[in-house]
Design a protein. Structure first.
Length: 252
């Protein structure tokens, strides 16, 4: 029996494997530069293996597993490698080892900047796809989750609400499928989402007065709650096919 008969086609593509290989290279570089310990290595390797499996299966189930990966997805894959590095550093901090803030800030900042790049590349090259949009969203969500863990170590567990909110929304959509409905594009939603990463990275790496950090993170959480509540309200209004009769929410 051929290997292709055993494995899903997406798992055999070179891009997920390249992403896992790039993650290992990232861990080697972090090990050399920061003395990455066992916790960081374990977290990074788990991230690499999970990323390979999830991306491979997503490619296999996309309906066109052999189409070109696309330049925008390549940018997102590079960003995922940076997020894996952030994950490894944060895992070290969970054991009481303070991560090198300069390295954490650099990895996080480049990952956030590239978040504004992959979408533009997809539009300019005509390679936008539901798979690419979902891939981008999952990398964003995990970066926010990991950064919220890092900030929670100093501000308290309430910060984890920022990282967990998107996953709670996905879990809630299982018993309430109307939450999976389409949402109109919103500048406000994009701005709030970008704000989370910027604020959390600053709170984790920039030496600011505690009151300032607390206020910034609390403000980011409040804006995120508002954004999710706004979208949930819209989805509730248009559930059951009423979307075509309802007014599109304003792009504030």
């Amino acid at each position: 029996m051929a290997l292709s008969d055993i494995c899903e086609p997406g798992l055999l593509r070179r891009e997920p494997a390249a992403g896992a290989g790039g993650q290992i290279v990232m861990l080697l570089l972090l090990g050399t530069a920061t003395g990455l310990g066992p916790a960081g290595w374990l977290a990074g390797l788990v991230f690499a293996a999970a990323g390979w499996a999830v991306l491979g299966r997503a490619l296999a189930r996309s309906g066109r597993p052999h189409r070109p990966f696309g330049p925008a997805n390549a940018v997102t894959l590079a960003r995922a490698t940076l997020v894996g590095g952030v994950t490894a550093l944060v895992a070290e901090s969970l054991l009481g080892d303070r991560p090198p803030l300069a390295v954490l800030a650099a990895l996080g900042a480049v990952a956030l900047v590239l978040d504004a790049v992959d979408g533009k590349v997809a539009r300019r090259t005509g390679t936008a796809s539901p798979l690419g949009a979902r891939f981008d969203m999952e990398v964003d969500a995990f970066l926010i989750l990991v950064l919220s863990v890092q900030v929670a170590l100093s501000l308290g567990p309430w910060v984890l609400l920022i990282g967990a909110m998107r996953y709670a929304f996905v879990a809630a959509a299982r018993p309430m499928p109307w939450l999976n409905g389409p949402l109109a594009p919103s500048t406000a939603r994009k701005t709030v989402a970008a704000l989370q990463g910027i604020v959390l990275l600053a709170a984790a790496t920039v030496p600011l007065p505690p009151a300032v950090v607390y206020g910034l993170v609390l403000g980011a959480l409040c804006s995120l709650v508002w954004s999710f509540a706004r979208d949930v309200r819209w989805l509730w209004r248009v559930r059951g096919g009423a979307r075509t009769r309802a007014r599109t929410p304003e792009n504030a």
